[in-house]
Each structure stands twice: as structure tokens, then as C-alpha cells.
Design a protein around this ligand. Structure first.
Ligand SMILES: Cc1cc2nc3c(=O)[nH]c(=O)nc-3n(C[C@H](O)[C@H](O)[C@H](O)COP(=O)(O)OP(=O)(O)OC[C@H]3O[C@@H](n4cnc5c(N)ncnc54)[C@H](O)[C@@H]3O)c2cc1C
Length: 139
């Protein structure tokens, strides 16, 4: 149902989530007496994710180093990706998290590296404590 239908996420390489989802959609289409509606249901439920995943793939794999610094080092984005893998949110929310937490992420990174105000603001052990405090319980 998943791989055979070409539903592997082009960005993350995840296939299990979509294999399960499409299997459920197929079962529901049969139970509803409309097995021919399976393709439409898959398009409506998973199609958007595939298109967004394709966009993410093109953006990320073309500029891996930049995106790693901009997004993947950001704990809020890591958290959003975990939520996405748990099927709680989609790519839209992940991109929104990247955009809205970017300034905070850059600021805390500078603090952690001791770059802010020539390291007078915080550095070393203090900065990692500060980062943990800033990101405690934040999404
Ligand atoms: C190394 C590796 C690591 C992966 N890691 C992840 C991961 O971390 N997270 C993730 O989400 N996805 C991961 N994937 C992808 C994920 O495993 C697949 O996307 C997912 O298993 C697809 O499920 P499926 O039911 O579509 O196909 P499959 O799991 O391949 O199931 C198809 C089944 O049909 C059987 N079959 C085939 N032909 C016939 C036939 N003629 N008659 C009867 N039975 C037949 C096969 O034997 C198989 O058991 C990984 C894949 C690989 C190869």
C-alpha cells in the first residue's frame, strides 16, 4: 500500500507512517462500498504532504550546510520534526516553526558560542544552562 503506491516521504524517507495511513484509507474505501475512491482519498490525505516533502527535499538537499545551521540546530525545529514524525503536525507547521523561532535560535546560538558582547553576556557552561532554560518545554 505504501511503497507500491509511491508514498515514501521524499524529504525524510519515512514510509511506515504513509503505508499505515494508506492501508487504513484502502480499508475504509472498501468498507464504504467505494473501493474506486481509494486514489482520491490518498491524494486528499497524503498528496499535500508528498508535494511539501518534495519542496523540502529540493530546498534542503540543495543547501544542506545552510539548512543544518538555520533549522536543524534549532531545538524548536527538532521538536517540530518529532511532532511531524508522530503525525501530529505537517510540513506547514514545521516551516512556520523555522520562521518564527529563527531569531531566538540565532541569538541563543551566539550566546552559546560566546559571540554575544565579546563573550561577556554568557559563555561556556553558563550559556548551555541558559539555552536549556530558554527551550524548556518550548515547541
Ligand atoms: C533499510 C530501510 C530502512 C528504513 N527505515 C525507515 C524508517 O526508519 N522509518 C520509516 O518510516 N520507513 C523506513 N523505511 C521504509 C519503510 O520500511 C517502507 O516504506 C514501508 O515498510 C513500506 O511498507 P509497505 O507495506 O508499503 O511495503 P512493505 O513493508 O515492503 O510490505 C510489502 C509486503 O508485501 C510482500 N509481497 C510482495 N510481493 C508479494 C506478492 N506477490 N505476494 C504476496 N506478498 C508480497 C512483501 O514480502 C512484503 O512483506 C526503511 C526502508 C528500508 C529499506
Amino acid at each position: 500500500m505504501g511503497d507500491a503506491a509511491g508514498l515514501v516521504d521524499p524529504f525524510t524517507g519515512e514510509g511506515i507512517r504513509f503505508a499505515i495511513k494508506s492501508g487504513r484509507l484502502a480499508a475504509q474505501a472498501i468498507l464504504d462500498g467505494h473501493p474506486e475512491s481509494y486514489t482520491t482519498r490518498v491524494n486528499q490525505s497524503i498528496g499535500k504532504n508528498l508535494r511539501m516533502g518534495n519542496l523540502m527535499r529540493k530546498m534542503f538537499y540543495g543547501l544542506q550546510g545552510t539548512w543544518f545551521e538555520l533549522a536543524l540546530r534549532n531545538p524548536a525545529v527538532s521538536r517540530a520534526l518529532v511532532d511531524m514524525f508522530a503525525d501530529q503536525i505537517g510540513y506547514g507547521r514545521v516551516l512556520l516553526t523555522i520562521a518564527t523561532t529563527f531569531p531566538r535560535s540565532m541569538f541563543t546560538k551566539k550566546v552559546a558560542l560566546g559571540e554575544f558582547m565579546n563573550g561577556r553576556f554568557a559563555s561556556g557552561a553558563n550559556s548551555s544552562i541558559l539555552m536549556k532554560e530558554i527551550y524548556r518545554g518550548k515547541h
